[in-house]
Design a protein around this ligand. Sequence first.
Ligand SMILES: *[C@@H]1O[C@H](CO)[C@@H](O)[C@H](O)[C@H]1NC(C)=O
Ligand SMILES: *[C@@H]1O[C@H](CO)[C@@H](O)[C@H](O)[C@H]1NC(C)=O
Ligand SMILES: *[C@@H]1O[C@H](CO)[C@@H](O)[C@H](O)[C@H]1NC(C)=O
Ligand SMILES: *[C@@H]1O[C@H](CO)[C@@H](O)[C@H](O)[C@H]1NC(C)=O
Ligand SMILES: *[C@@H]1O[C@H](CO)[C@@H](O)[C@H](O)[C@H]1NC(C)=O
Length: 381
Amino acid sequence: MNTFIIFFTFLFPLLHTSTTAQPCPITRCAQNQVPIRFPFYQQATKHPQNCGYPGFNLSCKTQSTTYLSLPYSGDFYIRDINYLDQLITLYDPNNCLPNRLLTFNISGTPFVIPFHENYTFLTCPSEVIKSRFDIIECMSNSTHSVLATSSMRLVSSLVSSYSCRVVVAALPVPVSWPVKEDEEFTAELGGDIQLTWYVPQCGDCEAQGGICGFKSNNSDEIDCFRRLPESSQTGNGLRVFGIICLSIAVPALACATGIALFACCFSSRNHAGESPMQRNNRPAAVLPQPAVVVTGLDESTIESYEKLVLGESRRIPGPNDSTCPICLSEYLSKDTIRCIPECKHCFHAECIDEWLRMNSTCPVCRKSPTAEGATPHTNPV
Ligand SMILES: *[C@@H]1O[C@H](CO)[C@@H](O)[C@H](O)[C@H]1NC(C)=O
Ligand SMILES: *[C@@H]1O[C@H](CO)[C@@H](O)[C@H](O)[C@H]1NC(C)=O
Ligand SMILES: *[C@@H]1O[C@H](CO)[C@@H](O)[C@H](O)[C@H]1NC(C)=O
Ligand SMILES: *[C@@H]1O[C@H](CO)[C@@H](O)[C@H](O)[C@H]1NC(C)=O
Ligand SMILES: *[C@@H]1O[C@H](CO)[C@@H](O)[C@H](O)[C@H]1NC(C)=O
């Protein structure tokens, strides 16, 4: 019941997105893999064809690793999909990305390269080059070393002074951020590739906590739907679940509030003669607590809990997984999270702040973070 209340306390403010729940389930190839949802869809298996946009089909390699198949460049594994910023991060299954870049071609896909840098690939005699420059180990052998640079000056000095030979000149390579101009720089190019897409445009919907989908089966039009938590999704049961939840929860909450208000008026009339002290000592059992009196922490106490901004790795300290237990959405890099010092459980700062204003316990473990110095206060609703 408690999880139910958490769920609805935080779901209702999001309802303005749409009253209809997302039409397609969110799937994953494995627990630690990226969530697959609109505009992406899982080829053949779990997602029907109309759950995704053309060109956004993904598959699972041996039931565990998510991959994307590019028509002219083969398969890439997926490190991450940022649905908000519309970025997909790919890596090479054989851990030799530079080799794949030589034949990289995204024609026929909905993706574009957001940043590129022109790299020249050279092959040089290993004995003269190895200790001086960063070489691409996975393309080099004992006699020939391969390296890549975006500096034309370095290319000409490598060719003239080190007997290097140009393999490919000025190949546009997708990079995460632009390299400084004419930096004397050779690279292993070991990082991931980042691609973006412009159609369909779902950033605004995502920013509201919604999820995009087709308006109907035979429509190309996109609509913004209310996102359901992944844990509640079991294929076809999805819509039914949403409907049942809403139809039970709304009357239940209304009912609870009604009873609570009645109980409240009734008891305050009955105990009007008692001193405030006596009233406070009465057991609170009569009052369904969440509906009538919320006992939260004050702003300064909440503010004193550690807050941090997630980096690219989105690594979170302590006993936490990759989704916020309150809003159930995936943490993204640059999200601000806050952790409760006593139990080390972390949440989106905006989610937990809202919660702690109304409740003084951790929503996950129910431990009270009210240590010394933290004074709970009560707000009548
Ligand atoms: C996506 O669909 C195309 C065309 O049906 C197919 O060639 C490609 O292999 C699919 N991609 C994946 C990752 O399954
Ligand atoms: C990518 O492949 C397509 C089809 O083979 C070809 O027309 C296009 O020129 C290629 N683009 C690059 C940058 O090689
Ligand atoms: C890479 O080369 C292309 C064609 O020569 C050029 O248009 C583009 O501006 C270059 N990009 C960078 C980042 O230097
Ligand atoms: C090293 O690689 C080059 C091509 O890059 C090839 O010609 C040469 O035979 C290779 N040498 C050995 C010892 O494998
Ligand atoms: C849409 O298509 C799916 C399968 O293709 C079907 O199960 C569903 O009933 C259809 N929905 C509507 C509203 O036609």
